[in-house]
Design a protein. Structure first.
Lengths: 259, 841
């Protein structure tokens, strides 16, 4: 636990450490719904045999933006559903060996009911939820949106703000304003790379000859990791940069400074 | 003299049949074509490759066990994980189930061998040689290192200049030959080579599953073969195909790869599901619940699996609505899978399941595979997939699916059928220890990996900083991996002990009702001393005395006639007996052909192209020798089969298995051609850098004449066949001569078009156009060779009104070539006209 404390994002570690001492209520600086969300996350992590927390610079379970938060919610919902279905199957298997009397081998119950109707219903609901979530995360047009162009090459990224802003030095850190949606237009000069800031949202591939767009937004200031997610050769592991989400006024100051 | 000599006793019959069907000892073993021998060889070889893949996995786990444990740099690490995936998918999983299918199917279907013993042997040698190329490259440090998915442009020449990528493309294509030949062999055998009376609805469930799998291989593998050929041509000769700077697109490779790659997952799962469906009813002591539903579910999985490949490509920038469609399709496939799972559970619940080692592994299968299926539904959800795609979450998911859905059922199958393979029982119940080590080790390794992935650990990184918090998860995963390895080592020990020291088992130790348990154990080379007549889908349960009767020669063909290897071919649907199948016996031809094919592939790899051409010529020459087996100068007429009825031999009765084999090969061929046309349209619509600077415009006349020649060849093939069937072999010879001339003319015309076509290295349009032309050219060349073969057969008197099989096969080929040629050339002309409009180019 000591090493964990040293390495981890401090705030969440306090939650976990205190959880292990049964003193959850005493953490004062996380409030209300956020506290409950964090706690739910932490408790879910506790279900794994050993505890280390769900945080980290690349953790998808420690969202810092609406897109990542929506996906994390999706994950916890699916985990709960999957847990129930898994339990159902295991109970059936156990019962097959435990019960004294044979069950009626009815095709209607087993094959049609459990095999056909049950998954169809569940999956339809899930698909609806998933498509709606995905639709909300798309880069719909809006006035506030900041555009950022990113070009990948082996094994670094270069970014610039096409709407008149300055270029960002290669290797970052990339600076984005808090609370404002950013559309990142990515492409590649050589092989395929993938642009991914796990704490803000999903990934998008950078393909030579194509431009792809992803909408991300930071809802809190902080420094987030960004890792190339598509295997791109010898330097794939090192193709990493930091993203600083800063309040709007700081963002202006920092980008002015580069001008 | 066609009247068979009834042997005096079962023992004498056994000796006679063994002499005819068996291979000689020593070097003679290399000439074995028997399915029992080949099945065993496939299984053992695949297991050796599994060990190699396992060692590579251990190296991966050692490398990333903690943030400090890296012992190699990315150069070697990239080779290790690329080879782990490649070996496990292509050299372990597919050959392993092929081995089981080859070993089991003829016995389950109550027949003596598969339809094409030599093709099976040829496939085995191709697999062995192709796999050896990959292992040799690994030993020399030149193994593929661009990932098992080989995405371009990383795998293209500028970014992978070494031989590594060529090893993958050429080695794997060599191995694919064995997958295709096994698929054709299995498909034709299931459809035609069964015990008389075994109608489709009496067929064992495993055969149904393999039927679906074989069709899936025939449709699913050609896109990858095409992609590999195109990428190798781009790498070796600089053709523009995938290069976005020259009108190509890296996405074309991804589509071709995953149109193969996703069905591949089900191609691996379905044979295992077939084994589960076979073993569970035996262990539950009742029939499979919902046999027809399960068959229908397997077929649905086969169909649906071709509609979900894009779920590997959610992050490449495809519009969300299209993604939603593929997301829905991906979830849809969970439904027939659910049908199967609950049919198995229902079978167990309504029976009295025994608890033994095979059942233990099947419980492990339920546990692991269901978890893998559930995470599979999760990654089918687009927004979630965009987070976990290319992270260790997906690594965990795919191992849950493939190890749960393949390795555990295979181990259940191994323990279930080992008494059949070895004729012995297990000794010390080591199987329980094997199970718990593998099961606990597996879950320790991969369950935690879900969390590792959610914490953001991407795939294919060779090290990571301590500050990311992944150390403890990875360390536990690595420990789990080693526990699992100990389990597999114990498995090997258990099997060796059983083979050497296990007490002899009686027939049918599990009380199964499928016919493979009616053979002697361990099985003889001929399988059944006589062929059963099937009247029920639980033949063995209803007639427990069947094995003795068959051994005594009381079934069909219970005799040794003229040193022939005989079995019976039936009507596809009803199972009514139709033909006597005369099979080829031990021969070195498959080995020789595979060596010649190997010469071709190795020369390509080393870029010694004259030698590669020599390899092709040699391969064709050796294949030519294959045709000597069925060739006869006089009709045999109908022959007795032993129950008073007479049947014609297959070469004299029309639609023989080899005719069907060509039909199914052409299905695969059409899948390849379709992929090629898809490539052209796809690039046109999606790729950057279109329209091309130059189009094929000045060869319209040549192209039209070539189409006419191909159509003419098809017509002449029909005329020749009609003449031969009338008995007018002289006329067949005449038409066949014109047919050869038509193909030769097509060859010249296509060569002329190719020389004036735009430079294939300049733009992908020219590259794909040239590829289509070469495709038609190759087909015309094969048509010419077939015409020459028929010419020789007519001259030597091998053709008669009854013996016109060669001409029937020729007609199929010429028809297909004409259709493909007209479509291909028509597409080229159409695209050229559409692009070449003034102002557009």
């Amino acid at each position: 636990m000591d090493r964990v404390t040293r390495d981890m994002n401090l705030r969440a570690d306090v939650v976990l450490l205190d959880l292990s001492h049964d003193r959850v209520v005493e953490i004062g600086f996380l409030h209300g719904a956020r506290l409950i969300r964090r706690l739910a996350g932490a408790v879910a992590c506790l279900t794994v045999p050993l505890v280390a927390g769900c945080t980290g610079p690349l953790s998808t379970l420690d969202p810092a933006g609406p897109a990542a938060a929506a996906v994390a919610r999706l994950w916890w919902a699916m985990l709960a559903g999957a847990g129930l279905i898994f339990a159902l199957v295991m109970i059936c298997l156990l019962l097959a060996y435990r019960r004294r009397t044979r069950a009626r081998g009815s095709v209607g119950t087993w094959v049609v009911g459990l095999g056909l109707v049950f998954p169809t219903t569940t999956l339809t609901l899930l698909l609806g939820y998933a498509v709606l979530t995905g639709e909300r995360l798309l880069p719909h047009p809006g006035e506030e949106v900041l555009r950022l162009d990113g070009t990948a090459r082996q094994w670094t990224w270069s970014f610039h703000y096409p709407d008149g802003g300055p270029a960002i030095p290669d290797g970052g850190p990339l600076v984005i304003p808090v609370g404002r949606p950013v559309d990142i237009h990515v492409t590649s000069e050589d092989v395929i790379h993938s642009f991914w800031i796990p704490r803000l949202g999903g990934k998008i591939d950078a393909l030579p000859g194509h431009v792809n767009v992803i909408r991300l937004q930071a809802s809190e200031p902080g420094r987030f990791g960004a890792q190339c997610a598509e295997f791109c050769g010898l330097g794939h592991t090192q193709m990493f940069f930091w993203v600083d989400a800063v309040p709007e006024e700081n963002f202006r100051q920092r980008t002015e400074a580069w001008r | 003299m066609n009247e068979p000599n009834r042997p005096a006793s079962p023992v004498e019959l056994h000796h006679e049949l063994t002499r005819i069907w068996g291979a000689h000892p020593g070097f003679g073993q290399l000439a074995a074509v028997n399915h029992t021998t080949l099945g065993r060889r496939f299984i053992v070889t695949a297991f050796l490759f599994f060990a190699v893949g396992g060692i590579l996995a251990m190296l991966v786990r050692a490398q990333i066990a903690t943030s400090h444990s890296a012992f190699v740099g990315p150069e070697i690490y990239n080779q290790i994980f690329t080879m782990h995936g490649t070996v496990m998918m292509f050299l372990f999983a597919i050959p392993m189930f092929e081995g089981f299918a080859i070993y089991l199917l003829p016995k389950m279907l109550g027949t003596r061998d598969l339809a094409f013993p030599r093709a099976g042997a040829y496939g085995y040698w191709c697999y062995l040689f192709g796999g050896s190329i990959l292992l040799l490259a690994l030993a020399m440090g030149a193994a593929p290192d661009a990932g098992w998915f080989m995405y371009t442009p990383l795998s293209s020449k500028p970014f992978s200049p070494g031989i590594n990528a060529d090893v993958w493309l050429i080695g794997i294509t060599f191995v694919e030959i064995s997958a295709l030949s096994a698929a054709v062999e299995v498909l034709v055998s299931i459809l035609l080579v069964r015990a008389p009376g075994m109608s489709l609805d009496r067929m064992p469930i495993f055969a149904w599953y393999m039927l679906v799998v074989a069709v899936m291989i025939l449709v699913g593998f050609p896109p990858l073969i095409l992609g590999s050929i195109l990428l190798e041509v781009e790498r070796a000769f600089g053709w523009a195909l995938f290069d976005p700077a020259r009108g190509g697109d890296s996405l074309l490779w991804q589509h071709l790869f995953w149109i193969f790659g996703h069905p591949e997952v089900y191609i691996i799962f379905l044979p295992a599901a077939g084994m589960v469906s076979t073993i569970i009813p035996v262990m539950a002591g009742r029939e499979l619940l919902g046999y027809r539903w399960v068959v229908l579910a397997a077929i649905s999985v086969g169909f649906l699996s071709f509609g979900l490949w894009v779920h590997h490509m959610f992050a490449v920038g495809i519009p969300h609505l299209a993604l939603a469609f593929f997301s829905a399709a991906s979830m849809l496939v969970a439904i027939p899978t659910g049908v199967q799972i609950f049919a198995w559970l229902g079978t167990l619940m309504s029976g009295r399941p025994r608890f033994n080692v095979p059942m233990l592994f099947l419980c492990g299968f339920f546990f692991i595979f269901v978890l893998g299926g559930l995470t599979g539904v999760m990654v089918a959800v687009v927004p979630f997939d965009l987070q976990v795609h290319d992270t260790h979450f997906v690594v965990a998911h795919l191992h849950y699916v493939l190890v749960g859905g393949f390795v555990f059922p295979i181990m259940a199958a191994a323990y279930y059928w080992l008494p059949h393979l070895t004729g012995r029982q297990p000794m010390f119940q080591l199987g329980h220890a094997v199970f718990w080590l593998v099961f606990i080790g597996f879950n320790l390794t991969f369950f935690l990996m879900h969390l590792t992935g959610l914490l953001g650990m991407p795939r294919r990184i060779w090290t990571y900083p301590e500050s990311y918090g992944w150390d403890w998860l990875n360390l536990l995963s690595s420990i789990g991996g080693f526990v699992m390895t100990i389990g597999f080592a114990l498995f090997v020990l258990d099997i060796v002990l059983q083979m050497r020291f296990g007490p002899k088992t009686g027939r049918n130790p599990w009380g199964a009702d499928t016919l493979e348990w009616a053979t002697p154990v361990p099985p003889t080379d001929y399988g059944f001393a006589s062929i059963p007549i099937v009247t029920s889908h639980r033949q063995l349960a209803e007639d427990p005395d069947l094995p003795r009767k068959l051994a005594a020669g009381e079934g069909l063909l219970g005799f040794a006639r003229r040193n022939w290897l005989e079995t019976i071919a039936v009507d596809m649907i009803t199972g009514a007996p139709r033909q006597i199948l005369l099979l080829p016996g031990r021969t070195f031809l498959p080995l020789g052909t595979a060596l010649a094919t190997g010469l071709f592939f190795v020369s390509l790899l080393l870029q010694v192209y004259p030698l590669a051409i020599a390899g092709i010529v040699l391969t064709i020459a050796v294949f030519w020798l294959w045709t000597r087996h069925p060739a006869r100068t006089a009709d045999l007429g109908p022959l007795p089969v032993g129950d008073g009825t007479m049947l014609p031999v297959h070469t004299e009765s029309g639609h023989a298995p080899s005719w069907w084999a060509v039909v199914f090969l052409l299905l695969a061929d059409a899948a390849l051609f379709g992929s090629l046309l898809f490539g052209l349209i796809f690039l046109w619509v999606v790729a950057p850098g279109w329209p091309p600077p130059e189009v094929l415009f000045n060869s319209t006349a040549f192209a039209l004449i070539a189409m006419a020649c191909l159509a003419g060849a098809a017509g002449l093939g029909r005329l020749a066949l009609r003449a031969a069937r009338r008995g007018a072999v002289g006329w067949a010879l005449v038409w066949n001569r014109f047919l050869a001339a038509a193909h030769a003319a097509t060859l010249l015309l296509l060569a002329a078009i190719l020389t004036t076509a735009p430079d294939p290295t300049a733009h992908a349009y020219a590259g794909v156009t040239a590829a289509i032309l070469v495709y038609i050219l190759v087909h015309a060349a094969v048509g010419l060779i077939l015409a020459l073969h028929v010419w020789q057969a007519c001259r030597r008197g091998h053709v008669s009104a009854a013996r016109s099989l060669d001409l029937m096969i020729g007609r199929l080929w010429h028809d297909y070539t004409a259709v493909a040629g007209v479509i291909g050339l028509g597409t080229i002309l159409g695209v050229a006209a559409a692009i070449g409009q003034p102002g557009a180019g």
